[in-house]
Design a protein around this ligand. Structure first.
Ligand SMILES: Nc1ncnc2c1ncn2[C@@H]1O[C@H](COP(=O)(O)OP(=O)(O)OP(=O)(O)O)[C@@H](O)[C@H]1O
Ligand SMILES: [Mg+2]
Length: 186
């Protein structure tokens, strides 16, 4: 069964993304199957893996031809958040070059559009039927994707905030790691 580990700190720039990548790489080098999940709308992890300069790679995942395909986290969650009458399906992840067993579930700058809806759902889903499936949808998507890739670990790179998506990820993960850097405010 997959273990989901969230990397959280609402302070920015403390090495959440870097630790996600390096920890994932090390676990994969020890023979584990690992999916790195980019839930930060800044998409730094996706940028790090895909390369900011390879336009074709980005086009494949975010461009016109990617419409209707499940190639990033927002597309994966769309059935739940955009009231599309179809089941949530596993995301097609990107194998990370140079390390077998390591995959990226790409982020999306538009994931932030789901924040308000999820926040409402987390407060009101007990009383409003149509919001009931939303709080469990992220975890469901990650579990389905983990099953598709027989993943041992899911490492979740989070945005630096106390957003509703982050609240949800922390509640539904098995463990969390809190990277910290003591520094001065300048
Ligand atoms: N162990 C480390 N040693 C030296 N520099 C590091 C280390 N980890 C991260 N950095 C550097 O610190 C900066 C911030 O790292 P990173 O982007 O991983 O932080 P973050 O917590 O993900 O930031 P954000 O909150 O914006 O998502 C980067 O320039 C990165 O290269
Ligand atoms: Mg980051």
């Amino acid at each position: 069964m997959v273990r989901k580990i969230a990397l959280f700190n609402h302070k920015g720039g403390v090495s959440k993304t870097t630790t996600t990548f390096n920890l994932g790489w090390m676990l994969a080098s020890k023979g584990k199957k690992v999916i790195l999940v980019d839930t930060d709308p800044q998409c730094n992890l996706s940028g790090m893996v895909l390369g900011f300069s390879t336009k074709q790679e980005l086009e494949k995942i975010y461009g016109e031809s990617a419409k209707g395909k499940i190639l990033n986290i927002k597309a994966g969650l769309a059935p739940a958040f955009e009231s599309q009458p179809r089941e949530i399906e596993a995301v097609n992840c990107v194998p990370i070059e140079g390390q077998d067993g390591l995959f990226l579930l790409p982020g999306h700058v538009g994931l932030a559009e789901y924040e308000v809806t999820l926040g409402l759902a987390q407060e009101l889903s007990a009383s409003i039927q149509t919001l009931k499936n939303l709080p469990g949808s992220i975890s469901y998507l990650l579990d389905k994707t983990a099953t598709k890739y027989s993943a041992d670990y899911i490492l979740i790179d989070m945005s630096p905030s106390l957003s509703s998506i982050n609240q949800n990820l922390l509640m539904t993960s098995d463990f969390f790691i809190l990277p910290t850097i003591p520094d001065f405010f300048q």
